[in-house]
Design a protein around this ligand. Structure first.
Ligand code: ADP
Length: 620
């Protein structure tokens, strides 16, 4: 009972969510389902009247009138249902897109640490697989709900047409016949109920087996998805596919999967279904025969005319079907609870933007030189890790200077920046901006303070201008100025479409394949376009050799002359350009100071790092 209440609450929550995603879709579904349910009864009712009129040899005018009403009501219903169904199809498509959008936007808005958690990725994949493989989840409620509404209306309509049959008894001489006994009515009802349970059980068994089989197919679908969608279809793999003749290999992998797994599975599914379908068909035929017998014999006793026979038999058949559909769909709706719970688990995860309420409260960044960040005894462990990635860090970063953060790989440099960007929250200690805990600021407001280029920055398959502005609109002059500052303007202007040239060929055949260095410059231009007072470069140039990296840093330093910059690198090239240097080792901030000052400490990590790399910079 508790479980039933839990399932019903979840179904109602799902219905509310559908209403939120696509307004009025549920109302449209209810109206369409109700009309679809009523439609057959109009014909049952009218056919009964027409046959009755013929049997009673009524006037031809009455007959013509009845036929005209039947044809007109059929036409009207068909037109109405057509219009409603085509509207519903469009709205369902919209709903599907809004649903996918919600899942993906949710992922983009999650707290960053969640996006690095493999179990969150697995949860999102599971929701998508359940939908694609077996239609389960939020989308399932929509179709099932429609069937539940339709069958409920059918049951009510059939019951209202057929109930006189079960309560009318003939008290005359003829009426003493066995067929007139209430026992026969009860027997027919019992058979109908038995048929309902048989149907329900068969459908449950069929779908259970189907879901088990489809679940077992998920790994194979992943393989298909990988080879056919991700690998063969991307043009990046085009070279390898040709040079290593991978097509034959992929063909044989797919053929083997089909022969060994997919085909036998489909065969098993078919056999399983046909076994249960035979059983339910035999039962339905039996009920039908019993119904004809019951109604026909009552008619023979003269209790009603032949027109009523048509009405009663038709209504009982509709009733039997509808009640089976109702029970089956309701059971299926309940079996959908697990998938629905997963959907809500994911969509109700906390979002990054839910943090903070304060606005930065600064209209322009003219006096940005007076801003500062302060780390106060900050320590941090990644979720699920026992080791400190950062331990007891205290430091001040002023916006009036350039800072370099150096240290060996894995020493904690990127983690420091991730905490500064609020992608993670310190486990201990506090980070302050101008004396206020950074978590108190609205996230979007806070991010306006800084533009970050990470080592693994991403560009979009979109026009250069949009890549630079990181949005759908861009100011042409500003975009060109930023590209000019990173030394990419001439190259972009040499393309016929200029700023409108697509980067990569995913969406545009004439898209440009830019080199790694050009991609880095585009990412730097994007950081400049944002107009933040602080720019953070977290090893975006690590693919370059130390001298080329130094040249880029030097150029960027000039470009960002009036901005605060934080350079992060495991190389030392940027250090000579900076006012302050922070040296990380093993998660700790071991030295801070200016280049010349730090070099004086011959036993320090800075001296060790500098000496080991100095040969790269001597040529300067
Ligand atoms: P650096 O930028 O100096 O190379 P990081 O800040 O990336 O170093 O890493 C510091 C430590 O944290 C390393 O031991 C690294 O393995 C660990 N680490 C980094 N990212 C994660 C993560 N997402 N989950 C768990 N540990 C991580």
């Amino acid at each position: 009972m508790k479980l039933l209440r839990h399932d019903i609450r979840l179904i109602l929550k799902g219905l509310r969510e559908i209403g939120r995603l696509r307004r009025h879709l549920l109302s449209l579904s209810i109206i369409t389902a109700a009309l679809e349910a009523i439609y057959p009864f109009i014909n049952i009712y009218m056919t009964g009247l027409i046959i009755g009129a013929i049997a009673l040899k009524q006037e031809w005018k009455t007959l013509v009138l009845l036929v005209c009403i039947t044809v007109a009501s059929n036409l009207l219903m068909l037109l109405l249902l057509n219009a409603l169904n085509s509207k519903a199809r469009i709205w369902e498509q919209e709903f599907d897109i809004l649903y996918e959008r919600k899942l993906n936007c949710k992922f983009a808005n999650l707290k960053y640490e969640e996006t690095e958690d493999p179990s969150v990725h697995a949860l999102k994949e599971k929701i998508r697989e359940l939908k694609n493989m077996s239609g389960k989840g939020l989308v399932f409620i929509l179709s099932s709900f429609r069937s539940v509404v339709k069958s409920s209306v059918s049951v009510a309509a059939a019951a209202s047409l057929v109930y006189p049959l079960f309560i009318s008894y003939d008290n005359s001489e003829n009426g003493r016949n066995i067929i007139n006994s209430p026992v026969f009515s009860v027997l027919l009802l019992a058979c109908i109920i038995f048929n309902v349970f048989l149907n329900m059980n068969s459908n449950r068994k069929i779908t259970q087996k189907m879901y088990t089989i489809l679940n077992n197919m998920i790994p194979f679908n992943k393989v298909f998805g990988y080879y056919l969608d991700s690998y063969i279809s991307t043009y990046h793999a085009g070279k390898d596919i040709r040079l290593y003749n991978q097509k034959e290999f992929i063909d044989s992998e797919i053929k083997n999967l089909f022969d060994e797994n997919v085909n036998p599975t489909v065969e098993r599914l078919g056999k399983n279904e046909s076994k249960y379908r035979t059983l339910t068909t035999v039962s339905a035929v039996f009920i039908s025969a019993l119904t004809y017998l019951f109604v026909g014999l009552k008619a023979l006793l003269g209790m009603f005319d032949v027109g009523m026979v048509v009405r009663y038999v038709g209504s009982i058949n509709e009733f039997t079907n509808a009640i089976s559909v109702f029970m089956t769909q309701f059971t299926l709706l309940r079996s959908n609870s697990e998938a629905l719970a997963l959907y809500f688990d994911f969509t109700e995860k906390p979002e990054q933007s839910e943090d903070g309420f304060r606005t930065i409260g600064i209209d322009s960044f003219d006096n940005a030189a007076s801003f500062e960040f302060e780390f106060k005894n900050v320590s941090f462990k990644y979720p699920g890790s026992d080791n400190y990635a950062l331990k007891n860090i205290s430091a001040v970063i002023g916006f009036d200077r350039k800072t370099a953060i150096v240290g060996k790989n894995g020493s904690g440099k990127t983690t420091f920046i991730k905490l500064l960007c609020r992608l993670y929250t310190p486990c201990e200690g506090q980070i302050l901006f101008n004396g206020t805990d950074i978590r108190e600021f609205r996230y979007e407001d806070y991010l306006s303070l800084m533009a970050v280029v990470f080592q693994d920055f991403q560009l979009l398959s979109a026009p250069v201008g949009q890549n630079v502005s990181a949005g759908s609109d861009y100011d042409e002059d500003t975009a060109l100025r930023c590209l000019d500052e990173v030394g990419l303007r001439e190259r972009i202007e040499s393309f016929p479409a200029g700023l409108e040239s697509f980067i990569y060929k995913d969406f545009d055949q004439s898209g440009i394949e830019i080199s790694g260095g050009e991609a880095q410059k585009t990412a730097l231009a994007r950081a400049l376009y944002k107009g933040s007072p602080l720019v953070i470069l977290d090893e975006p140039t690590s693919a370059l050799d130390p001298i080329a990296e130094f040249e880029i840093y030097k150029k960027f330093n000039e470009v960002a002359e009036h901005k605060a910059v934080i350079f992060i690198s495991h190389r030392m090239s940027a250090c000579t350009l900076c006012d302050d240097i922070m040296v990380f080792d093993n998660g700790m901030l071991v030295q801070t100071g200016a280049h010349g000052e730090l070099l004086k400490d011959k036993s320090g990590v800075y001296f060790e790092l500098w000496s080991s790399q100095a040969q790269h910079y001597i040529q300067r």
